[in-house]
Design a protein around this ligand. Structure first.
Ligand SMILES: Nc1nc2c(c(=O)[nH]1)N[C@H]1C(S)=C(S)[C@@H](COP(=O)(O)O)O[C@H]1N2
Ligand SMILES: [Mo]
Length: 314
């Protein structure tokens, strides 16, 4: 449940990172279970975190507390209850992990996750993150540009789209079993131009550490100008296609969740306005609160992505 809390409870970025500063707050935020328990740390990942921050990407707001980003999640393969996800990921095995790169490419390949994170230099970027449900965060992600992997795969001339698929493991993901009406596995897609945009990342970490399971370990997509649902978690397959791939949410409710799902304050969801967002922040008792902010066109990334669109995309 969201409790409105005053602006003063927003933490300045300097108070949230580095981790050593944040750790001092853990007593204070004990009503939220903290990340770390679910984090996957494989041998090859040791020493990769924290990655050097790329200062080209700056925020206009404080970073969201780590306890919120890792304790208030959408990951329907586990449960629809955001604050329960972190407690349902225990059976999910993220090591070993392979990612298959396939389709219209000259160099199809199945990568081991350890190979991926050592092959493509990791960097940290601070991005705004906006869910279609109207809550938002600001998160320090660690990852590498999608373009780095796509260039290595070497798309053929008729490659138009990038399709991404989440692991499908009913025995490890209890939400798949309790919500059989969704068309699992979770799938998302981008146009090739979107995936090649400098902002689009494959992420393997957050807050200077490997991704916790609830955030999509060991690898997920981060496309910061799109609604959260495009930011597919726990990816096992990346397929380059000629035809536009269907996506889980667009197939499920096409009138509510567009294939593009670009953040757009002027296009309301049929049941709520998108003009404002609830920027999540930690309340005095460690509860999840928020402050209202105007939604920015393309989530504030207009300068990077407006050339990709006419503005009519949905
Ligand atoms: N596989 C998978 N990926 C997913 C989802 C999901 O349910 N399953 N939820 C999406 C939605 S709606 C959001 S808002 C973000 C949430 O990411 P976070 O929990 O790291 O904040 O993940 C996205 N990626
Ligand atoms: Mo979302």
């Amino acid at each position: 449940m969201l409790i409105k809390i005053p602006r003063g409870w927003e933490l300045p970025e300097s108070k949230v990172t580095p981790e050593s500063v944040f750790r001092g707050r853990r007593e204070f935020v004990k009503t939220l279970s903290l990340a770390g328990i679910g984090a996957s740390v494989s041998g090859a990942e040791t020493g990769l975190y924290p990655a050097t921050r790329n200062t080209r990407y700056t925020l206009d707001r404080p970073l969201t507390a780590e306890a919120i980003a890792t304790g208030y999640n959408n990951f329907y393969e586990f449960t629809l209850d955001k604050q329960e996800v972190q407690h349902r990921v225990g059976q999910f095995k993220v090591e070993p992990w392979k990612v298959k790169v396939t389709g219209q490419v000259n160099n199809p390949k199945t990568y081991d996750i350890d190979d991926l994170v050592s092959r493509f230099p990791l960097e940290e970027r601070l991005y705004r993150f906006r869910c279609v449900e109207a809550w938002s965060m600001a998160v320090p992600w660690t990852g590498f540009p999608m373009s780095a992997l796509l260039k290595e795969a070497d798309p053929k001339a008729d490659a138009r789209y990038v399709r991404m698929v989440t692991a499908y493991r009913p025995r490890e993901m209890p939400g798949i079993v309790s919500q059989p009406h969704y068309d699992w596995p979770y799938e998302e897609a981008l146009t090739m131009a979107e995936a090649m945009n400098e902002l689009a990342l494959f992420c393997t970490g957050l807050y200077g550490k490997p991704l916790p399971k609830q955030n999509g370990a060991p690898i997920r997509a981060i496309i910061p100008w799109k609604y959260g649902l495009k930011n597919i978690k726990s990816i096992v397959e990346i397929a380059i296609t000629k035809k536009r791939p269907p996506t889980l949410w667009n197939k499920a409710i096409p009138t509510e969740y567009g294939w593009y799902s670009n953040v757009n304050p002027t296009k309301p969801h049929p049941r709520w306005s998108q003009a404002h967002e609830r920027f999540l922040a930690l309340g005095p008792g460690g509860q999840v609160g928020y402050t209202m902010r105007p939604t920015l066109m393309y989530n504030g990334y207009e300068a990077f992505v407006s050339e990709l669109y006419t503005g009519d995309e949905f």
